[in-house]
Design a binder for this molecule. Sequence first.
Ligand code: ZN
Length: 211
Amino acid sequence: MEFVPPALEELLPDLSRDEQLRLQKQSHERERIWKRTNKNKSPPLPPTFSERCMHICRQRDSFMVPHVHYALRHYNARHPGGEFDAVKPLMYCSVPFRGHPWFHVNFWARSRRTNKISRFFAEVHYRPPPLSSFDGSAIPVPIPTVELCTILEEPLSQYRSSYAFCTSSLDILHPKGSRKFVCGNDKHRIEQRLPRGSITTLFHGMPFTGS
Ligand SMILES: [Zn+2]
């Protein structure tokens, strides 16, 4: 089922000033690029284009939701009394490593205690299901392992987006510290020789491109 994210307008009042400024900057950048490539036209974008973007964003969100849920379950189990609920997936990047797909993910989640929204980073990878689970009754599900799920405390400007296999254009912020995550951390980055990660062309664009 397609995940329907909350509208940006609904979320804005609950976002920190830091996140709001970040969104504003991204929006100005998109507008600047649009103007440069559409010199004879004026914004807003044609409705058909906007609808298509929104559909693509929803598809990407739906794809990311399982990673977010696995990651938050891991976080909440380790922080009793400080649990969060998922609000909106932001962006992901994946790479094959040690024979499995690995994902770096950013998402927003809301604190059950303070109601505030925070940005999280998570590293999740998947092992193939055991052969014994292929009994013909249902399609076996890969087994997730969450290596890390952590809040990115503000200011967000202290974190890097171009890191390991993630490119800066995806704007996935990474926690500081060489051993915070496994795949592509500073200590093992050279020996791991990771390729740049992949995100299908369909899913390009920022999390609120369609808004
Ligand atoms: Zn990354």
